[in-house]
Structure formats: C-alpha cells, structure tokens
Design a protein around this ligand. Sequence first.
Ligand SMILES: NC(=O)c1ccc[n+]([C@@H]2O[C@H](COP(=O)([O-])OP(=O)(O)OC[C@H]3O[C@@H](n4cnc5c(N)ncnc54)[C@H](O)[C@@H]3O)[C@@H](O)[C@H]2O)c1
Ligand SMILES: O=c1ccn([C@@H]2O[C@H](COP(=O)(O)OP(=O)(O)O[C@H]3O[C@H](CO)[C@@H](O)[C@H](O)[C@H]3O)[C@@H](O)[C@H]2O)c(=O)[nH]1
Length: 321
Amino acid sequence: MSKYLVTGGAGYVGSVVAAHLLEAGHEVTVLDDLSTGFREAVPEGAAFVEGRVQDAARHVVPSYDGVLHFAAFSQVGESVAQPGRYWENNVGGTMALLAAMRSAGVGRLVFSSTAAAYGEPVSTPITESDPTAPTSPYGATKLAVDHMIGGECAAHGLAAASLRYFNVAGAYGDCGERHDPESHLIPLVLQVALGTRETISVFGDDYPTPDGTCVRDYIHVADLAEAHLLAMDAITPGEHLICNLGNGNGFSVREVVETVRKVTGHPVPETVAARRAGDPAVLVASAATAQERLGWAPSRPDLAGIVADAWDFARARRAGA
Ligand SMILES: NC(=O)c1ccc[n+]([C@@H]2O[C@H](COP(=O)([O-])OP(=O)(O)OC[C@H]3O[C@@H](n4cnc5c(N)ncnc54)[C@H](O)[C@@H]3O)[C@@H](O)[C@H]2O)c1
Ligand SMILES: O=c1ccn([C@@H]2O[C@H](COP(=O)(O)OP(=O)(O)O[C@H]3O[C@H](CO)[C@@H](O)[C@H](O)[C@H]3O)[C@@H](O)[C@H]2O)c(=O)[nH]1
C-alpha cells in the first residue's frame, strides 16, 4: 500500500485514476480547486482537499510516496484565446508542485502530458522521439512542463513519467467525461443523440485527411488509468520516462459521429463549421514505448465499445444517477 496525492482528481481522468489506485489498495488524497472538476466526482474512499496546485507547499507532505498530477486547463481552442491563463495555471502550478515535492522529499511523479505537445506530426504514428512543435498554447504549456520535469530528474533525482495521452474517451463506473460547458467531441455528439443539443458542428472538412475532417486516436479512460499505476512502479530516480498512450488507430470526426449513430440508434444531425484554431489534422500514437517500458497494452481498443461506455455514463447522468 502506498500513499498518493492526486492533483486534479475531481476531474475526468484524475477521478478514474484515483478509483483505480483505491481499488489497488492505495491511500489517495485528491487536491483540486474545482475550477473545472466536481466534488462528487472524487471517488468514495479518497480524502479531498479543496485547493490550488499553486499552493502545493501547503499540501505536499513527506508522507506521500508519490504524486499523480492531472490538475491543468486542457482545452486547445480556449488556450488559443486565453494563453496567459494556460501558462499561469499549467506551468505556474507545476513549478510550485515540483518545488514543494523537492522540499518535502517526495520523489515520484506521474504527469498528464499530451499528444498536443507534438503539434502537426511529421509522420504517423507519432513516436516520442518525433519533433515537438505545439500548434496551441495548451500544447506548449504541457511541453514546457515536460522539460521542467526532465530538469528536475537530472538535477535532483526525481523519478518521473510524462504520459502523453491522445484523445481520452469512455467512462469507468460512475466516473466519466464531464466538462461544463462541454467542448470534447464524443460527449458533445452524445448530447445530440440524447436530444439535449440540436446538431454537432464539424470543425473543418477541408483537412488533408481521407474525409476532410480531423483524425484522432481515441483511448479508453480505463486503459489509460492502468498505465498510470504501471508507470508509478516503473519509474526510477533520475530518469524521465516519456510515453505516448493511444491505440494506434485514427478515426475522423465523421467516423466518430457515425459510430455514435450506430451505438445509440439515434440520428445525429451534423453541420460543417470553420476549423477550430490550434487543431492539427491528424494525431495517432505509436504506443510501443509504453508497451516496452510499462508492459502496457490497451484492452478496450474498439471505438464502438468506448462510445458505448460513454453513452451509458451520459444516459445515467441525464437520469440523475
Ligand atoms: N481528456 C483528454 O483527452 C486529455 C488528453 C491529453 C491530456 N489530458 C490531460 O489530462 C489531465 C486531466 O484532463 P481531464 O480531461 O480530466 O480534465 P478535467 O478538466 O476534467 O480535470 C482537471 C482537474 O484539475 C482541476 N484543476 C485545474 N487547475 C487546477 C489547479 N491549479 N489546482 C488544483 N486543481 C486544478 C480541475 O478542477 C479539474 O478537476 C489534464 O492535465 C489534461 O491536460 C487530457
Ligand atoms: O464540437 C466539436 C468538438 C470537436 N471537434 C473536433 O473533434 C476533434 C477532437 O476534439 P476534442 O474532443 O475537443 O479533443 P482535442 O482537441 O483533440 O483534444 C483532446 O486530445 C488532446 C490530445 O490529442 C489533448 O491534449 C486535449 O487535452 C484533449 O482535449 C478535433 O478535431 C475537433 O476539431 C468537432 O469537430 N466539433
């Protein structure tokens, strides 16, 4: 049994990882300022502290065995409009966290990095040694944090992993994707299927992809969560492990919409809208490093299955569960 601090554990991915840590018998404290998360999303059995990562000096104590760091702003389009907020929260918050970990002697960190660190890929699938040239301030802040962590490992012997998630989707029990307002593709398309939204706007159909819409690699949130537990065990002092987490399959926006129609049995009207600033055309992962270093392989790669889990969660929320 280990004792972990989970920053951002009232959010989508953090709550699912916290649930996995608890199921594995660990002790979990969630630190979250509820800026985009929800108190009720924190899994039962986890302690909850409402607070900011920027105040980590108050919250990181020597008794923690490690930190899993999810707390961040994470919307590509919003980051283009409000870059300063992203630098302050994502980079400023992590600087405070790293300093607090150093002074408390907490030596293990697993960080939520992102495919957005690569920007427009030079080839697909993307490997960790590919160039990093983010096309959005969001991706730039996450890449900056990756560099900060690398320095901390080299200089102070931190053991750390940056897990570069591709597009996280699906749900795990009571924990699912919930942003307010929602901005992610799958939950938005499900709102159309549920009848709470009239149409899905397809952001651009003139990309250099087979059907003109953006292609993404959708990874089930429970597969992603399992990788965090493996990473926490795999990291060694002084090493900064960087791993992509994805299925290696790309689906276009139109293919996602079509999958939602099939899974839900509901019509989903779509309208073509302008491109969203900051969006690369294609993001598909090579997860060979995660396989090799973590012994990780996704066990829920099927897009229809991922959408079905998200659909169950969306319907349960609608019903007030
Ligand atoms: N969802 C994805 O597809 C995806 C893909 C790649 C990377 N990520 C990364 O994974 C992490 C989690 O994403 P998510 O989809 O669960 O987002 P989310 O918005 O649901 O969760 C983020 C949580 O962090 C909290 N938070 C934000 N700033 C904070 C601060 N300064 N102090 C304390 N708490 C703070 C929010 O209240 C929220 O509960 C983020 O770091 C994101 O960049 C997500
Ligand atoms: O109403 C919508 C919403 C989205 N999209 C498109 O759908 C795709 C997926 O968009 P979204 O679900 O918002 O995810 P991304 O912008 O790809 O970003 C997610 O995936 C990234 C990694 O690939 C992470 O870094 C981010 O945190 C996470 O939000 C993109 O091409 C969008 O342009 C639409 O066409 N219409």
